[in-house]
Design a protein around this ligand. Structure first.
Ligand code: 6PG
Length: 269
């Protein structure tokens, strides 16, 4: 049992010498090399996508923006080992978006489009950008989610794989400390303001914590020493109001953290 009363398996591999990593809810995959970490994540995503296509005929993938996942997205596209990803059967969703146009370099979708959408054979109707600039973006995205996932059998109408990042203030997606998206009832996506500390400081549209926690597989990818302190506070029992990523607790799905050496707590040098 950990500090949260959860007894989920803790799996830490590949660190030599072994270090004590934060005891997070779910499984922890920690790798000394970034290359190995991204390989692990890419293989897990590929296997999960193939299983979903086998089981449901399609795969619903939601991706985050920010800097951290970009090398991962590039690897998925150029490494021949991941050619098996069934892009033609994939629906690509956004975890969150900044209130800027897609051609703006701060746009999450803009960057994901350049790296993934433009180089895969995902049918255009299966690509679901968040149009955060449009009034009512959250409601519109929520409708699109309900309508698209509604084709699936009841109970299977949820996202299959959600890739998350973590900010230095403990935010995940665009769910900032004290955010209404932490506890938004039945809402699946919503427009939210951005706190002044957030970069870039523009309003956002985000999936709510409810949508994230309904997913079949949730994968926070966290790298760099600056994020270790946040993870340590989450492991020590910080509240989701304080550190929103502490609210990531899939109800009937798997939570698997992917940490590099520094985020896991290894001292450099
Ligand atoms: C965004 C993200 C956000 C991100 C974290 C971490 O639009 O900013 O989706 O939730 O994952 O801020 O960002 P970095 O990976 O750039 O540190």
């Amino acid at each position: 049992m950990d500090a949260h009363g959860a007894d989920d398996e803790i799996r830490v591999e590949g660190l030599d010498p072994p270090i004590e990593t934060p005891r997070l809810r779910g499984k922890v995959i920690a790798r000394a090399s970034m290359h190995d970490l991204l390989d692990e994540l890419s293989s897990d995503l590929t296997a999960h996508a193939l299983n979903c296509v086998r089981e449901f005929g399609d795969f619903h993938l939601a991706l985050s923006g920010g800097q951290t996942p970009m090398p991962f997205y590039e690897q998925l596209m150029y490494d021949p080992r991941y050619r098996a990803i069934p892009w033609r059967r994939t629906h690509l969703w956004m975890v969150d978006e900044r209130c800027v146009g897609f051609e703006d370099e701060r746009s999450n979708f803009g960057r994901i489009k350049e790296v993934i959408v433009d180089h895969s054979d995902i049918p255009p109707e299966q690509v679901h950008p968040m149009i955060a600039m449009a009034p009512g973006a959250g409601e519109r995205y929520e409708r699109e989610l309900r309508e698209t996932l509604g084709w699936r059998q009841k109970g299977h109408d949820r996202l299959d794989f959600v890739l998350l990042g973590v900010g230095p203030d403990g935010h995940t997606a665009s769910i900032f400390p004290g955010s209404p998206a932490l506890d938004a009832g039945e809402r699946l996506a919503m427009d939210v303001p951005a706190p002044s500390t957030c970069t870039p400081h523009v309003p956002r549209c985000t999936l709510t914590m409810r949508t994230i926690n309904a997913a079949r597989f949730v994968a926070p990818l966290v790298t760099g020493a600056a994020k270790h302190a946040v993870l340590a506070r989450v492991a020590a029992g910080a509240s989701p109001q304080e550190l929103p990523v502490a609210g990531v607790r899939p109800a009937a799905g798997e939570l698997r953290w992917y940490l590099d050496h520094a985020a896991a707590g290894a001292k450099s040098g």
